[in-house]
Design a protein around this ligand. Structure first.
Ligand SMILES: [Zn+2]
Length: 454
């Protein structure tokens, strides 16, 4: 009844820019999914250098308003970025990777007293910051001379001995300017590029002229194109979020017979979804094109498939429009939820996952000590959640969940076993951690959503 086939790329046939008609190939390549959201595949066979330059100066980074939060909390780097995006706030702290607060001004100073001894004071977000200071030219500037090897050693000693003081950081003020016109132009631009890989005639033709002029020449208003939709058949997001989590960007193009429209849906990092009307009043048979790229910077052509529906069911609704256009309130609520709930919650989740992985890498055999380290990670996780959201889980509940999920068997029968010789032991360990983590997050997420007012 339904035909599914891999989408066939036709972009090698493109000879002119899809916006202005200038001759291709361009000297510079254009990313299909923006590099600042983790996209890595680029081509010079869709867009000319001049249009590319224009987009990079006007709209390309517009959606980082949302994506930087997801990338920060999950520790994702963009292709051109050496570091995980930091969130710059209007408060005393910025937010570094995994949603951790970091003082905007780290205070470190060294000076020589009259008796020749050193005075060294510091108050920083982490020891790492103090070491960074020590390895910069700042001590030298403070002191007016270089540090001797002994002095450097003495400072290192002081850093090692320093005790970490835990402070509860209040939510930081954050002013966000939402330029919805630029954001929707960036969304529509990405949709057209994906469509252009598959159906170059459609993206050059009359049917999509209006949206092209909106994207490239700012003609018209975003409200004419923006819609909120409900995807009536399982979407790429439903299928992929289990497997890839936040590590993908995707585009779905719907040729909707019943609506006489072509609608594109862009999903950023598995979290943020935007839909745009690409063409209207068009009599088209039902079809769906999906294009997906993961964020592992492979530079491969994005995966894609094309779904055609047979004539008998050519007019069943594929997608329904809920709002046209979405209300401003929708965007305000979404960004506030991302910044105040998703960022810290997902940041802690990602940090836990990363830490479990790190201990796993260092451990060769099952020891009581390593099991205690895992348990401590979970206890820190729930205690941090309590600090952030005021939702408490008793430590003994966490310990008993771990025990039930496999830790008690591991303690009783498998201590001392080498993972290489007994991969099943390592499997039990990972299963116990994953299961406990899933149980905790499901339980807590529901509580958090209930506690946080709309
Ligand atoms: Zn052009």
């Amino acid at each position: 009844m339904v035909g599914l086939r891999p989408a066939r790329y036709l972009f090698q046939l493109r000879k002119s820019c899809l916006y202005c008609g200038a001759t291709l190939p361009a000297t510079k390549k254009e990313h299909i999914f923006n590099s600042c959201w983790g996209g890595s595949f680029s081509t010079n066979k869709l867009i000319c250098g001049k249009c590319n330059e224009y987009f990079s100066q006007t709209i390309d980074s517009e959606l980082t308003t949302y994506t930087k939060f997801v990338m920060n909390s999950w520790g994702i780097k963009g292709e051109r970025h050496k570091q995980i995006p930091e969130i710059v706030t209007d408060g005393e702290y910025n937010i570094r990777a995994y949603a951790k607060p970091k003082l905007k001004t780290e205070n470190c100073s060294v000076k020589a007293s009259s008796d020749g001894s050193l005075e060294f004071n510091f108050s920083c977000s982490s020891k790492e910051e103090v070491y960074k200071w020590l390895n910069s030219d700042k001590p030298e500037t403070d002191l007016g001379r270089t540090l001797t090897a002994e002095e450097r050693q003495w400072i290192k000693q002081r850093i090692q001995e320093a005790k970490l003081e835990k402070i509860n950081v209040e939510p930081q003020p954050l002013f966000i300017n939402l330029n919805l016109s630029k954001q929707y132009r960036s969304v529509a631009h990405t949709l057209l590029k994906c469509l252009g890989l598959y159906d170059p005639d459609l993206v050059r033709g009359d049917m999509t002229r209006k949206v092209r002029e909106f994207i490239r020449y700012e003609q018209g208003n975003w409200e004419e194109f923006a819609v909120t939709v409900n995807q009536l058949i399982p979407s790429v997001k439903d299928r992929l979020s289990q497997k890839l989590g936040v590590n993908y960007n995707s585009v779905e193009i719907y040729w909707c017979c019943s609506l006489e429209k072509i609608i594109g849906v862009l999903t950023l990092l598995g979290r943020i979804q935007r839909a745009v009307i690409l063409a209207e009043n068009c009599k088209v048979p039902n079809a769906i094109l999906a294009v997906v790229e993961d964020t592992y910077l492979t530079r491969q052509i994005p995966k894609s498939f094309f779904l055609e529906l047979e004539q008998q069911i050519a007019d069943i609704p594929l997608i329904e429009i809920l709002f046209s256009p979405p209300k401003i309130e929708f965007f305000r609520k979404e960004i506030s939820h991302i910044a105040s709930v998703s960022l810290p919650f997902e940041g802690l989740n990602a940090f836990l996952a990363e830490s479990i992985y790190k201990i796993g890498e260092q451990t060769q055999e099952l020891t009581l000590k390593s099991l205690q380290e895992y348990e401590k990670l979970f206890l820190d996780f729930v205690s941090n959640l309590e600090k952030l959201f005021g939702i408490s889980v008793e430590p003994k509940v966490v310990s008993s969940q771990l025990a039930v999920n496999g830790f008690s068997d591991l303690v009783q029968y498998h201590i001392g076993k080498n993972f290489k010789e007994h991969p099943e032991v390592q499997d039990t360990l990972l299963t116990a951690c994953t299961k406990t983590w899933e149980e905790l997050t499901n339980q807590l997420q529901m509580k958090i959503e209930r506690e946080i007012p709309e």
